[in-house]
Design a protein around this ligand. Sequence first.
Ligand code: UGA
Length: 434
Amino acid sequence: MKLCIIGSGYVGLVSGACFAEVGHEVICVDNNQAKIDMLLKGKIPIYEPGLEELIHKNVAAKRLHFTTSTEEGVDKSDVVFIAVPTPPQPDGSVDLSYIEKVAREIAVVLKAGTYRVIVDKSTVPVRTGEKVAETIRRYNKTGAEFDVVSNPEFLREGCAVSDLMNPDRIVVGGNSEKAVALMQKVYEPFMAPVLVTDINSAELIKHAANSFLALKISYINAVAQICEASGADVEKVAAGIGSDKRIGRNFLNAGIGYGGSCFPKDIAAFIAISDELGVPFTLLKEVEKINEAQRERFLTKIRSALWVLQEKKVAVWGLTFKPDTDDVRSSVAIDVVRALVAEGADVTVYDPKGMEKATEYKLIEGAKLANSALEAAQGAEALIIATEWKDFAAVDLEDLKKVMHTPLIFDGRNLLNPETVRSAGLTYTSIGRA
Ligand code: UGA
């Protein structure tokens, strides 16, 4: 099929590459000329395992194209996906101006006698589809036929390509049989169950799914606090409750809280839309509170062990909001670095992929950069693990002990095994474990 994806950010680019990989012909559109130039030169603006190879392969096969022209994309495609950012506003509600602008841009290039399916893939509050349809109807003067569909995306950064190629389910929310049938054809090669709903339900599924996952994380973090107070071990508790199939072990990893460009924003947006609809989702406010408290409790542990942070040499491993990505947006690791720098600590950081973006966006001003995990720990009076990169677990503990001034480890992601660390002679503090 011929597909167009408007917005070549995380979701747009990965979806475009995967659609091309299964045989569709895809045009990725972005209004950022520099980004399109970069893609045309074969350079990929984000780091995501497997993405670069996939893009190169499908560009070479002439199934994946890039342009800044919405008109070209819409003209040449049967289905047009909208995958533009939906950033948060100060009150937590979603800024839908990019969506609205793209809806108008599509409306003015739709030609008489044509039919297009316009698919919203961006994460949006319930009832956005209705507004997109209304906008296109208002701005299109040709009487072109179209249907609006909601098709939320569930990919995780760091494993986006494999999530997209092997989805648990595809959600298609549409009010027209013709549009839904075309969407089923788009997804046929993925061989995953397609759940067909109305547009509002599909939009709600996305916010409800992300909120539920965040709830699981805050739940286990709250349990971790009780473990610390009572001498229990949160890893064992998580294994015990997670082996009940009704609960599941995934997303029960205690730590310094969730971050990234999705959970914090989506939970705030779900709260905002529930308030707007007159049915406040107060449980989610508690989820947010626990998440923030988790980071503060961790910083308190560091402060009380080091007594005074001023001039203390502190190493931080990890800047990205999770491993296997270079994304540092709303990263708890960055919050930790900034708090330590603000309190006068002499901070050195290392991250396998996140240092470039953290520096570019001026997120870690005042911190020094190291070329390796061990180099960051050189002479440190404390080491903080803020992101669970596998490379950090592989560092030789004897070597680590040798290079540190005082071997105090604060593991905010429960990456290391307490017994192994302690038997190597290091002092170890983690989350929810005695
Ligand atoms: C999340 C969802 O998992 C995806 O399904 C969704 O499509 C995506 O948001 C989105 O809305 O686009 P992502 O933000 O890439 O994906 O990352 P996650 O793997 O969900 O992790 C989010 C945060 O939760 C990270 O900071 C991670 O460290 C933290 N986390 C995750 C925990 O603290 N504990 C866990 O057990 C799992």
